[in-house]
Design a protein around this ligand. Structure first.
Ligand SMILES: [Zn+2]
Length: 239
């Protein structure tokens, strides 16, 4: 979701006609089917009956975030869950799609990494800062209550001078809040405790393509620049 005018009601860029939009999508599919697929037939044959993704990737539904593109991944590499605001409801509050996907990724697929990835210019974060824009969107408003904790942390602890600064801090705090929610899921908590599962909090910049990763040891976001060890939000395993 994006929104340049502090409102979720109007598209930020002029859209093509509905008919043209669908035609573009169908043409894209036909190109994939006839040109791209035949070149990768071996991979798709292998994937036809099984998947062993490297990681679960939880990010925003925003059309500008393409997990496979920004991580240079192929089909089968990432188990992706997307929603407005890259939210992870705490365990027990909702048996919705996110909780189901987490349990499945951890228990059935045995992923070793879960990445929660927020992003710049997030319409959901802007809406959290400007709740009056959600008056006619009760479902979005209810969903974003899972980000309320981040808003309170920012409100009580930061003296942000501009909305841009508030957006930056809120986006980071929201990722940290969702990582905390993630840890309330029993499947996640158990495998983290045994050192089999690692969680990561990232913020992706649409404008520069840079990613900042939350480093739990230093308690701050640092550039994901290939320096080892890769910054992680995971505490040490206890068992
Ligand atoms: Zn977003």
């Amino acid at each position: 979701m994006t929104d340049k005018d502090s409102s979720l009601n109007e598209p930020a860029v002029e859209a093509e006609s509905a008919e043209a939009a669908l035609k573009t999508i169908v043409d894209g599919f036909l190109h994939f089917h006839h040109e791209v697929f035949p070149q990768q037939e071996e991979l798709f044959k292998k994937l036809a009956t099984a998947q062993t993704p490297r990681a679960m990737f939880i990010t925003c539904a925003d059309s500008r975030i393409v997990p496979e593109l920004i991580t240079h991944s192929s089909p089968g590499d990432l188990f992706v869950t997307r929603n407005v605001g890259n939210v992870v409801p705490p365990y027990g509050q909702m048996n919705g799609g996110v909780s189901t996907a987490i349990e499945y990724a951890v228990m059935a697929l045995g992923v070793h990494h879960i990445i929660v990835c927020g992003h710049s210019d997030c319409g959901a974060m802007r809406a959290v800062l400007n709740p009056h824009t959600l008056e006619k969107m009760p479902t979005v408003k209810a969903w974003l209550r899972h980000a309320e904790v981040a808003k309170t942390v920012v409100h009580d602890n930061c003296n942000c001078a501009t909305e841009a600064e508030s957006m930056k801090v809120l986006t980071e705090e929201n990722v940290i809040a969702q990582l905390q929610h993630l840890r309330t899921h029993p499947s996640v908590a158990s495998r983290m405790a045994s050192g089999q599962l690692f969680i990561h909090g990232w913020v992706y910049s649409i404008e520069t393509s840079e990613i900042k990763a939350y480093d739990a040891e230093r308690d701050c976001f640092v550039p994901l620049d290939g320096t080892l060890p890769t910054p992680s939000a995971t505490p040490k395993g206890r068992f």
